[in-house]
Design a protein around this ligand. Structure first.
Ligand code: AMP
Length: 215
């Protein structure tokens, strides 16, 4: 199973993608997490990405395609993967199809998660993450057990992402609409698009998601 999770920032791609990948034994490939790791390690990629990420803008396509090309060749991705945050532009989607075709495999389905903008802004401003395992919590809908530390890393304090500040969120929503939303038509035209309402409780969204992707 190779799937892409599409949708605006804050719609739940990370939370749902993590659960789907874990339960199905597939690799979760989150390009946002890969970039945040590179920023934390101050690699050349991280230095390039940091400013763009803080502004809510996209990292160039060629950089992202190179990153995903290598990551999808790692052994844990051999039996399939869930992509969260990639592709984000039509050229990235075309490059993904081309790289998989070179390996005689294909992306089966792209799932679009949807929610109204007001929900997204509210969710992102109450989102906290574990800097160690990247598990995402939400103070409104999915708080950590003690409210401050990761359930899986009780020594580690949760933190908010720099790009979840409201002004940056607004930019990210504009970027999504202009550069990423056209992917919906790209995948619909190829007969690979499924839509899932992302506004319900996480378990209800997950049930709809698994029904959409099948076994
Ligand atoms: P995310 O965690 O998916 O919300 O990504 C956080 C930020 O990383 C985005 O706002 C972009 O700056 C950058 N980013 C992540 N994935 C991509 C991608 N596929 N193409 C370009 N930039 C990306």
């Amino acid at each position: 199973m190779r799937i892409v999770l599409l949708g605006p920032p804050g719609v739940g791609k990370g939370t749902q993608g993590r659960r789907l990948a874990t339960e199905r034994g597939r690799a979760l490939i989150s390009t946002g997490d890969m970039l945040r790791d590179a920023v934390a390690k101050r690699t050349p990629l991280g230095m390039q990405a940091k400013v763009l990420m803080e502004q809510g803008r996209l990292v160039p396509d060629d950089v992202m395609v190179g990153l995903v090309r290598e990551r999808t060749l790692e052994s844990d991705a051999a039996c399939g993967f869930v992509l969260d945050g990639f592709p984000r532009t039509v050229p990235q989607a075309r490059a993904l199809d081309a790289m998989l075709a070179e390996r005689s495999i294909r992306l089966e389905v792209a799932v679009l998660l949807t929610a109204p903008d007001e929900d997204l802004v509210r969710r992102l401003s109450s989102r906290w993450e574990c800097p160690v395992c990247r598990r995402v919590y939400n103070t409104l809908s999915a708080p950590a057990k003690d409210g401050r530390h990761c359930d899986d890393h009780p020594e580690t304090e949760l933190r908010q992402r720099a790009d979840d500040a409201e002004a940056t969120v607004r930019t990210r929503l504009v970027v999504y609409r202009e550069q990423t939303a056209p992917l919906v038509d790209y995948y619909r035209a190829g007969g690979r698009l499924k839509e899932v309402n992302g506004t319900g409780a996480p378990d209800a969204v997950y049930a709809e998601l698994t029904a959409a992707v099948g076994r």
